[in-house]
Design a protein around this ligand. Structure first.
Ligand code: CA
Length: 388
């Protein structure tokens, strides 16, 4: 089988009055870069690149201008060889960030092709499923704009998730310790004791602040404290982890096995959160998982994006091992972004619906989704490279 075409699609839509704030800025748009790879056998694969901070147009340009010409004519079943080849070609200036997100989208699309060619879901190709459904937690509880009381709006949103059947949800913090404590208290008191509550500071604090906040949050039974300090501050992570009784998590801003090496070997977090669509796709994620299991550091992937990234992340979630294996292992949570996103579910023909707090993991070939080309063509700008 040979790769005959690579198309990168950019989707972007403004959020208008649904813009949402968090510890770093107010997000006023959702955007993503999708990658569609076609082959001489007529099989197509799709992937997505995480695009939270970088313009998706740049990611799409890396896919189509840098990487696409290098993989024309290659066999999708050589995905690991292709990964190392592309990484090496961008290594000098692309060890982290957008080039790796672009590489992730390509790798995910190649695995989709392999699965579709063999008639098997990606999780079968990666060694089989530990589970066929994913217990989800709601990512939301951002700072709504234009509301009279943020705390009241957060409480209403949290109660909505509870009513919808979520057993867990994640609250954005990082606005300053006093404000954070107000939100944590309000949400915890509203949802009661039975719902798991996580918080996420998106690296808003230094270690001393984060320790103070972690200790103050203890009485509200916070399950994990995500990205307390900046991703570069490994020693800060260690300090917070040692002084906090709340689990410390992080990793969505890290890339590749090389980037995760220090987080894992220094045991800087209790739970590692690599993102499939940012850290290098399935090929690289399997290496990160192997390394994490060797150091017995738990992994619960970060998930963010459209239903393409969601479908790919569900395949990964199926193969996520237990940390450690035991008779009654702890079931991981799957991140289910519920924050405003105008085209999250519109890009694929298959839709994902939560039932009783779970998402089913598709057992269809590849990622188990196909792009809704009518929607994509109508809404995306695209850069295409084709070779017969
Ligand atoms: Ca996060």
């Amino acid at each position: 089988m040979k790769i005959t075409g690579v198309t990168a699609y950019v989707l972007e839509e403004l959020l208008g009055d649904k813009a949402f704030g968090w510890s770093q800025w107010v997000t006023d748009r959702r955007q993503t870069a999708l990658c569609l790879i076609s082959t001489d056998e007529g099989i197509e694969g799709v992937g997505e690149a995480l695009s939270t901070s970088g313009p998706a147009r740049i990611v799409a340009s890396i896919i189509s201008d840098s990487f696409a010409p290098l993989i024309m004519g290659r066999d999708p079943f050589d995905s690991a060889v292709i990964w190392d080849f592309l990484y090496n070609r961008s290594r000098d200036q692309g060890m982290k960030g957008l080039p790796i997100a672009a590489l992730s989208a390509i790798d995910i699309a190649l695995w989709d092709i392999k699965g579709k060619a063999l008639g098997l879901p990606v999780y079968k190709l990666m060694g089989g499923a530990y589970r066929n459904k994913a217990r989800v937690y709601a990512t939301g509880l951002y700072e709504p704009q234009h509301v009279p009381s943020v705390a009241e709006a957060l409480v209403a949103e949290a109660l909505g998730y509870k009513k919808d059947g979520f057993s867990a949800m994640k609250l954005k913090i990082g606005y300053g310790i006093d404000t954070d404590m107000r939100y944590v208290k309000a949400v915890r008191e509203a949802i009661g004791e039975d719902i798991t509550l996580m918080v996420d500071a998106n690296h808003a604090y230094n270690a001393a602040e984060a320790v103070r906040l972690a200790q103050a949050m203890e009485e509200y039974d916070v399950y994990w404290f995500e990205e307390p300090v900046p991703p570069e501050d490994i020693d800060g992570y260690l300090e917070v982890k040692q002084k906090s009784r709340i689990l410390i998590t992080g990793g969505e801003c890290e890339f590749t096995r090389y980037g995760f090496r220090e987080l894992i070997t220094r045991r800087a977090v209790d739970i590692l959160q690599p993102d499939l669509c940012a850290t290098g796709g399935f090929t690289e994620m399997m290496k990160i998982l192997a390394m994490a299991s060797a150091w017995n550091v738990a992994v619960i992937p970060h998930v963010w994006g459209t239903s393409v990234g969601l479908a790919a992340s569900l395949q990964l979630f199926a193969v996520l091992p237990h940390f450690p294996e035991r008779r009654y292992p702890a079931e991981p949570f799957f991140e289910y972004d519920r924050s405003p996103h105008p085209f999250r579910d519109a890009v694929t023909r298959e839709k994902f619906v939560m039932r009783d707090g779970y998402l089913d993991i598709p057992d269809r070939p590849g990622l188990g989704v196909t792009l809704d080309m009518d929607f994509v063509r109508e809404h995306a700008t695209s850069v295409k490279l084709e070779k017969g």
